[in-house]
Design a protein around this ligand. Structure first.
Ligand code: ASP
Length: 606
């Protein structure tokens, strides 16, 4: 074969695409290559035979597809792996294919060598073909041949590369932390790994490297990061898998501002690498503002529809339904055309979300209000409602009166359901949500629960409230939100034993319990702990949004189904009695029977 200078491969980060088996990638051939003899390797995407003397093979590799013309018959069928040798030439007049990147050329006079035969594929390797997700996951290695998923995995690599680069540049050191570890209190159920050597004991897979990274600060690492796998045994959904990947970050002698700066730099770099555009500086909202204006701590800033406060308008009202600590409203532009059944559905939804009811006002011509409640309103209240909301004829005003947080969160959810768009649709609107409360709600024993995790530093101005009014204490915790999805969380950590003790006490964690669960951390802190703070960015979610995907499953090579099954390998699969015995485990129910009698590991059902 004639020696052909190997081209560079832009899609693989600047490495050369030529190997000892091929000279080029299919997708990179163009008019500049006309006359060049090439050898390509890939999968047969399509084969068309025209008698005994002419056949067309569309050859596919990860870079794209090129048409190969064979002066004879072809043994290879769909998805056979072949090597094709031929000469690049312009396609005959009128046969160029504008839908194909290589459509101006073809490879002529081809010889085809079969490298591996293949069974007929379970589905066509074509982005345009809709395939049931269970079938896709069962044959993920075929699914991943499709251009969309190829692009997603490569985009993921691009994003991770950019994140790593940004952290390296900012002086962070990548450190691997253990997967076999002790419990990490992040609030989710944990995966446990029974110990073979210590029957009855086990390891816990980390929900995050939280404790390890804090110990690394005590160890003087100063700036740590890790592209870290985290494991949480929680219900799966579009934005959640049992295992997910975070850019995990921690730094010493820093405050919240420093961390927001480090993480912004990394995320904006990743956004630029993924989309070609660097987003503007990320704005901030306090948690209290986010709840008050958007009814959520994950505000989607791509659209307005901010909540309006009508509490002043209805202070001292005679309308029973509005006699509540807070009266909040949401304006739906043009919503006055909503039918009664639509309004009933919205009311049902509000009740489902915890509201006692939902008041609605259709604003008519001359600013009249069409609503069952209208006849109970005073003129001032009617005028006040219109002025405060800015509603005009044709609009719909939805009102919830309740405790402030509840009224806000119900309307915040309706805001997204009525006005929202899929998370991945542009534009990308990032926002930092800061000043989260330290505690969120009470547990069954009446103790406050950590909003982030128990190592989060209270806001310095609120330290005095820790014992007096714990639920009012703000923390130095912050979230990064993109288009209504939480991209990550972080906080300034407690590095002082006295503050940690007070927070444990507020959480109802007794001294002995703290010593048993976190003794190693508290002991480490006593050896000299620097002030430190950190963050973790959810890489799967970030990539899914950049890739325009609604589910993180589409950016993970081998994801699990909604029920936690890996349909390809059959995991989780029954453990052999000998394995159970070795681990000191006795099965509770007959081996092979799942929770509802179904056999796990068959991959059935999602
Ligand atoms: N460990 C936290 C998490 O996984 C992040 C952090 O506080 O750094 O959400």
């Amino acid at each position: 074969m004639k020696a052909v200078p190997p081209p560079t491969d832009a899609t693989a980060g600047g490495t050369r695409s030529a190997t000892s088996m091929r000279t080029h990638l299919c997708g990179e051939l163009g008019e500049a290559d006309i006359g060049r003899e090439v050898r390509l390797c890939g999968w047969v995407a399509r084969r068309r035979e025209h008698g005994e003397h002419l056949a067309f093979v569309d050859l596919r590799d990860h870079s794209g597809i090129v048409q190969c013309v064979v002066p004879g018959t072809v043994e290879a069928r769909s998805e056979y792996v072949v090597a094709v040798t031929g000469v690049v030439r312009a396609r005959p007049e009128g046969t160029a294919n504008p839908d194909l990147a290589t459509g101006a050329v073809e490879v002529g006079e081809c010889a085809v060598e079969v490298l591996a035969a293949a069974d007929p594929p379970p589905f066509a390797v074509d982005d345009r073909v809709e395939v049931d997700e269970a079938v896709r996951l069962r044959h993920r290695y075929v699914d991943l041949r499709r251009p969309r998923l190829q692009a997603n995995l490569r985009l993921r690599a691009t994003v991770v590369r950019a994140l790593r680069h940004a952290m390296d540049r900012q002086g962070f050191c990548e450190v691997e932390t253990p997967l076999l570890w002790a419990p990490t209190p992040e609030g989710a159920r944990e995966f446990v790994v029974p110990s073979r050597l210590h029957h009855g004991s086990g390891y816990v897979l980390p929900q995050s490297p939280q404790l390890a990274k804090q110990l690394l600060m005590v160890a003087g690492l100063d700036r740590y990061y890790q592209v870290a796998r985290c494991l949480r045994d929680e219900d799966l959904r579009a934005d959640r898998q049992f295992e997910f990947t975070q850019l995990d970050v921690e730094a010493s002698f820093v405050d919240q501002e420093d961390v927001l700066g480090f993480v912004s730099e990394a995320v904006l770099d990743a956004a630029e690498a993924a989309t070609g555009e660097r987003p503007a500086a990320i704005p901030r909202l306090t948690w209290a503002d986010a709840i008050d204006r958007y009814g959520t701590d994950k505000p989607d800033l791509r659209f307005g529809m901010e909540l309006v406060d009508l509490s002043a308008t209805f202070a001292g009202t005679g309308v029973k339904a509005f006699a509540a600590p807070a009266v909040k409203a949401l304006v739906v532009q043009g919503g006055a055309t909503s039918t009664r059944s639509r309004l009933d559905a919205l009311t049902d939804r509000a009740r489902q979300l915890g509201a006692k009811g939902l008041a609605w006002f259709r604003v008519g011509e001359d600013a009249t209000l069409d609503s069952p409640l209208d006849r109970f309103l005073g003129d001032d209240e009617r005028a006040g409602l219109l002025t405060a909301t800015g509603a005009v004829p044709g609009d719909l005003v939805l009102v919830v009166a309740d405790e402030h947080r509840l009224a806000c969160t119900v309307l915040g959810q309706l805001r997204v359901e009525v006005g929202g768009r899929p998370v991945h649709e542009g534009p990308y609107r990032y926002v930092w949500v800061v000043d989260f409360p330290l505690f969120d709600g009470l547990d069954d024993a009446g103790n406050p629960m950590a909003a982030h995790h128990p190592f989060t530093m209270p806001h310095p101005d609120d330290l005095d409230l820790l014992e007096r009014d714990p639920l009012a204490v703000r923390s130095q915790a912050y979230d990064l939100v993109l288009n209504g999805w939480e991209l990550g969380s972080g906080s300034v950590r407690i590095h002082r034993g006295d503050v940690q003790e007070r927070v444990f006490a507020a959480l109802g964690i007794a001294e002995e319990e703290a010593a048993a669960r976190f003794g190693f951390l508290l002991g480490a802190f006593r050896t000299g702990a620097p002030p430190h703070a950190g963050f973790a960015v959810g890489i799967d979610r970030l990539v899914a949004i950049f890739a325009g995907e609604e589910s993180i499953r589409e950016v993970i090579a081998f994801p699990k189904t909604q029920s936690g099954a890996d349909l390809m390998t059959g995991a989780p699969s029954p453990l052999a009695p000998s394995v159970l015995a070795e681990l000191g485990l006795v099965p509770k129910r007959p081996r092979g029977a799942g929770p509802d009698g179904a056999s796990p590991g068959t991959g059935a059902g999602r």
